[in-house]
Design a protein around this ligand. Sequence first.
Ligand SMILES: [Mg+2]
Length: 317
Amino acid sequence: MGPHRPPDILRKSHAHSDGKSRARGKRELREDLDASMAGSADHRAVLIDLDGVVCRGDELIMGAAETVRWLKDEGIAHLLVTNTMSMSREALVAKLAGFGMEIAVNDIQAPPDAAAAWLAAEGCRRLLLAVPNGMAGAFTEFETQTLDEVIDHQQALGQGGASPVVDAVVIGDIGSDWNFAGSNAAFRCLKQDPAPRLIALGVTPYWNARDGLRFDVAPFVVALARASGVEPCILGKPAPAFFEAALRRLEVSADDTSMIGDDIRADVAGAQAAGLKGILVKTGKYQSGDLAIGIEPELVIDTIADLPRFWPKGASS
Ligand SMILES: [Mg+2]
C-alpha cells in the first residue's frame, strides 16, 4: 500500500490470504471506506437488495432485521430495492413482518413503483399499460389504456390505424396475454411522432415455469424496440434509471449512497455505473469466483449483519 491508496477498497480485500492479513485487511477496509465515503455526513444512505441479502426465499438472513433496525435508529436513509415482481410490495411487507421486521410499503422499491416515480418525474401522463393485473395499482395516478383498449381504438379508426396518443408504453411480464394484435398495437403506439417512451419492468429473458422455460418480459421489449427503433428504458436493476428512482425517493445523491447486494453484476456493478458505491455480501447468490471477474466492490462483507461494524465512523446524522 503506497501513499497513493486507491479509494476503492476491494483492492486491499484481495490480500486476504491468511488470518493476519484478513484482520489487517478489515481495518484497512474500514479506513478506506471512511475515506471513500467521506463527505456530507447528513446525507449518507444505503439501498438494500432484498433476496439474498435480507432473506433467502422464506428464511430471514441472520442479523438482517437488526441491521435494518440499526439504520432506522441511526437515522441513515435506506430503501429496500428488489427486482421481484411475483409479490406486491404489500405482500413483501407482510412477509418481512413475519420475520419481525417493521417495514412500510414506501420503504421498498420494486420495478412498478420505480417506473411510476420515474414517469411522473419525466412528465409522462398518458400510458399504454401492458402489465399484469397486480401491477396496475402502481399506475393509478396516470391516464392508462390497456392493450385491448388500444386495439379497439385502432380498429375504430380503421385503415392506417392511427394510435391513441400516449407518452409511454409500459411493458411487464404479461405472459400468455401477449398475442400478435396486442404486440402490434403497442408497436403502432411507439411509431407515433414524437415517439413515446418504452418502459420495461425488468430485463429477465425467460423463467423456469412448471412446464418448462417461458418467455419473460425481455423478448417482447426487444421485439418492440427493434421494430419501432425506440430505445427501452429499464426500470429494474442493474439499469441506472432504477437506481436514480431510488435516489430521488430518498432525496440523496449517488455520491452519498451505497448499494448492498449479493449479485455482483446487478447490484454492485449496476450501482457503480449509476455513481453509487457497491457493497457485496457473501450470502444469497454470491459465489467465490465473483471477485475475479473484474468488478471491484467498495466493500465486501460476509453478511448484512456486518454492515454496522463497517459503516464509516460519524457517518450517520
Ligand atoms: Mg439479490
